[in-house]
Design a protein around this ligand. Structure first.
Ligand code: AMP
Length: 187
């Protein structure tokens, strides 16, 4: 299966992505994780991404699309994948379609995890305390929510028109939500 998982910051996307990819035995590909790994290693890609991530902005498509094309060309992605946090802009949707079209492939499903904004901000502030992520200050969290609403929420319309979108309520325990996602993928 070729799946995209999307949802506002703090909706539990990363946690669910790990669970679902494991259940379906497909690689979990998180652009955020790839950027963080590059940041940690101090690669040129990491240095480029840093300033955007720390401000809660999106890393430019010129950097992100190439990185994803490269990752999807790895052999483990041949049997399917779960993309977590990509695409996030309408241009990235087109870039992903083009990458897949080269191998005559399309997406099977796009899952949007929906969440209540107040609860999500509280979750993120809690995670900031626990994990100390540099992009989890309140100001940056609010900016990330705005950027999601402006640039990523419109993707649901695009994927809705394509008939691949399923929406899943992200409120509840990890098991409850992953159960809903797996049920939605089976439908
Ligand atoms: P995430 O872990 O998915 O929340 O991503 C953390 C940060 O990495 C985001 O706030 C962006 O700065 C950057 N990032 C991750 N994925 C993308 C993407 N598809 N396009 C642009 N920036 C991204």
């Amino acid at each position: 299966m070729r799946i995209v998982l999307m949802g506002p910051p703090g909706a539990g996307k990363g946690t669910q992505a790990v669970v679902i990819a494991e259940q379906l035995s497909i690689p979990h590909i998180s652009t955020g994780d790839i950027f963080r790994a590059n940041l940690k290693e101090g690669t040129p890609l990491g240095l480029e991404a840093k300033k955007y991530m720390e401000a809660g902005e999106y890393v430019p498509d010129s950097v992100t699309n190439g990185m994803v094309a490269d990752r999807l060309s790895q052999p483990d992605a041949e049997r399917g994948f779960l993309l977590d946090g990509y695409p996030r802009t309408v241009d990235q949707v087109h870039a992903l379609n083009a990458i897949l079209a080269e191998s005559d492939l399309t997406l099977d499903r796009v899952v949007e995890i929906t969440a209540n904004t107040d609860e999500v901000v509280a979750r993120l502030l809690n995670r900031a305390k626990e994990q100390g992520r540099a992009d989890d200050t309140e100001e940056v969290i609010r900016r990330r929510m705005e950027v999601y609403a402006e640039q990523t929420a419109p993707l649901t319309e695009v994927y809705g028109r394509q008939g691949v979108l399923v929406q899943v309520d992200g409120m509840g325990s990890v098991d409850e939500v992953s159960g809903r996602i797996l049920a939605a993928l089976r439908r």
